[in-house]
Design a protein around this ligand. Structure first.
Ligand code: ZN
Length: 161
């Protein structure tokens, strides 16, 4: 188990495009495992490599719905549909929450830790989490998409719904 330090905003690495991954070696597997440990430790539903100081196109998502952890290397959005608005937070912005509108459905092409290409479709909250993480790989932070910030009291009311 290796929990990494989360890069907090502001930091240059959070606002620049990440490099494509070309080396699918044990180093990548170790990084993915460490990212998983870090996401769980800090109670996140996703984590992107720049958030642990690595400027490569690697992101993981696990919304704790029993379907396991999605690992996305060099992900690319192929298609989106619809719209949803919901509250987001980010491990790089502790205590900050805001409403963000995103497509309801997303279709993504990515590679797994062995370099095999796969496509994946997601809806609703999973689609939101995936898009949030892919944005990180392009240096795009959720704060650039927030339409309304939510204070913690209001957030508790949302969570109780
Ligand atoms: Zn984030």
């Amino acid at each position: 188990m290796a929990v990494k330090k989360i890069v907090m905003h502001p930091a240059e690495i959070l606002e620049q495009p990440c490099k494509p991954v070309t080396d699918f070696s044990n180093k990548l597997k170790k990084l993915l495992n460490d990212m998983y440990d870090t996401m769980i430790e800090f109670d996140g539903v996703g984590l992107a490599a720049p958030q642990v100081g690595v400027d490569e196109q690697i992101a993981i998502v696990d919304i704790d719905d029993g379907s396991g952890t999605i690992e996305m290397i060099n992900p690319e959005i192929l298609e989106t549909k619809g719209e949803q608005t919901g509250v987001e937070g980010c491990l790089s912005f502790p205590g900050l929450y805001g409403e963000v509108s995103r497509p309801y459905y997303v279709k993504v092409k990515a590679q797994d830790r062995k370099g095999r290409t796969f496509t994946l479709e997601a809806e609703d909250f999973l689609a939101r989490a995936i898009q949030h993480e892919i944005d990180h790989l392009h240096g795009i932070l959720f704060t650039s998409k927030v339409t309304r910030y939510i204070d913690e009291k209001e957030l508790q009311e949302v969570e109780e719904e």
